[in-house]
Design a protein around this ligand. Structure first.
Ligand SMILES: Cc1cc2nc3c(=O)[nH]c(=O)nc-3n(C[C@H](O)[C@H](O)[C@H](O)COP(=O)(O)OP(=O)(O)OC[C@H]3O[C@@H](n4cnc5c(N)ncnc54)[C@H](O)[C@@H]3O)c2cc1C
Length: 424
């Protein structure tokens, strides 16, 4: 079997891997994407229940990648405000304000639609090779190149390997990158429903006692706005009973769990359940390799930032590689990878840490934590600068395509890895 030479090999044609491939189209780099799912599954991904909240910055990047316009307009749902509730209280922390004609905080788009639009983008780019339905049997890297061996005997040799194969990344493990996995001990159920009370383009996050609930608005507020995605987080033992209910009983159960705030619930869609496991790779780069998307950091969905962080990584890595390609430099150079590692980890760490903190505090039902939860929310609600900061974080209107601003003289180990590993 022949060795196939490329500049960049990406393992994983999920949203992050496909977006990076598309961002590299036209740079002159030879890019190969390897994916274990079949091409049929990539072309028309099944509905998976995830409604992805995208920041304005992510939307602008997707526009530049020519992906946004490929999303069906009736699957782009504006999000104007988020409200956070705690326990039995009906008082909420309001994030974002609604002015007539104002730009929304962000947009909700179903994950399967993002995946299918990303696939189209890559399929349309003649300089990207997509190999679907393949099975990786070995990954090796050294100072000269990265080699990916497939079970069919083919070997892809490239100057840079990108692991974009999700939070349980086998490529990351093969590269020897240590990862802190955190099992939150709960599962999350997502399901589209129709609810009696209109949503007004407002998302709810409700840290109730014994359960966490969310309602994400789907469709425009006017003229109807009664379609939403409900998100229920419970320990797995309790979720089994909810999942066993038929649609009518499930609808009543959801209406009850929301304490009547949705009104009656009907037209229950497909239910999907996700285990809540976070991942934090101690390095986002290694010799001739970089981690991207959930392979680098797998977030708890409560702050809705996993894919947004993945896109930030796409933006940063693509910018580095574009610059390298323009000057015929090595796309897998240790200094380039160390910069990507440092800048992307710095951007991810505060969000990752904050998300862990929020989940830890707001799912702790012990009496002292309940008091603290109520206090934190009350203080946040009455402190306008904090609310503005939260809104800015949710919308992230930062620049797209801006140059990487990290220092250029990153200290490295002999193998090109950054010296410091994170301590958490
Ligand atoms: C319920 C839920 C709600 C969420 N909501 C939000 C939100 O509101 N906002 C947000 O920003 N994020 C959200 N996320 C996170 C978001 O879905 C992920 O961050 C994103 O999908 C990760 O994309 P990825 O491409 O990195 O990984 P994945 O989507 O996991 O894709 C990895 C790809 O790699 C392939 N692969 C795996 N192993 C191999 C292998 N060995 N060889 C070849 N291919 C392989 C897989 O088949 C897959 O196609 C949510 C997640 C969940 C579970």
């Amino acid at each position: 079997m022949p060795t196939i030479d490329t500049d960049v090999t990406i393992i994983g044609a999920g949203p992050a891997g496909l977006c990076l491939a598309r961002a590299l189209s036209g740079t002159g780099l030879r890019v190969a994407v390897l994916e274990r799912e079949t091409e049929t599954a990539l072309r028309a991904p099944a509905f998976d229940g995830r409604e992805i909240a995208l920041t304005q910055r992510s939307v602008r990047l997707l526009q530049r990648l020519d992906l946004w316009s490929r999303l069906p307009t009736d699957e782009r749902h504006p999000l104007h405000e988020a409200r956070v509730f705690n326990g039995a209280s009906r008082d909420a922390l309001h994030v974002g304000r609604r002015f007539a004609g104002a730009e929304p905080l962000g947009w909700l788009v179903p994950n399967h639609a993002i995946r299918s639009a990303a696939f189209e983008c890559v399929a349309d780019a003649s300089d990207i090779e997509l190999h679907a339905g393949v099975c990786v049997s070995a990954v090796e890297t050294d100072a000269a190149n990265a080699r990916v061996r497939l079970e069919d005997g083919r070997v892809f040799a490239s100057r840079l390997l990108v692991a974009a194969d999700g939070r349980f990344s086998e490529t990351r493990r093969a590269l020897g990158i240590a990862t802190r996995m955190h099992d939150f001990g709960r599962v999350m159920l997502v399901c589209r429903v129709t609810h009696e009370r209109p949503h007004d383009d407002i998302a709810w996050e409700w840290f109730d006692h014994g359960q966490t609930l969310a309602r994400l608005p789907l469709g425009r507020a006017a003229p109807d706005g009664r379609r939403g995605s409900v998100v229920l987080t419970l320990p797995v033992t309790q979720m089994r009973a909810v999942q066993a209910l038929d649609d009518a009983a499930f609808a009543s159960e959801i209406a009850r769990r929301f304490d009547g705030r949705l009104g009656t619930v009907s037209e229950v869609g497909e239910r999907r359940i996700y285990p809540l496991v976070g991942a934090w790779a101690t390095c986002f780069a290694a010799t001739r390799a970089a981690l991207l998307g959930d392979a680098a950091v797998g977030m708890h969905p409560v702050t809705a930032h996993g894919f947004n962080l993945g896109l930030l990584g796409v933006e940063r890595l693509a910018e580095e590689l574009r610059t390298a390609a323009a000057s015929h430099a090595d796309p897998g150079a240790p200094a380039l990878l160390a910069r990507y590692d440092r800048v992307q980890r710095r951007a991810s760490a505060p969000l990752h840490l904050a998300t862990r903190g929020i989940v830890g505090l707001f799912t702790d039902d012990r009496p002292p934590a309940r008091v603290l939860r109520a206090g934190v929310l009350r203080a946040s609600a009455s402190f306008a600068p904090f609310r503005r900061l939260l809104a800015a974080m949710l919308a992230d209107r930062g620049p797209v395509g801006s140059r990487v601003t990290g220092r250029r003289d990153c200290p490295e180990q002999d193998d090109g890895r950054p010296r410091k590993a994170d301590r958490w």
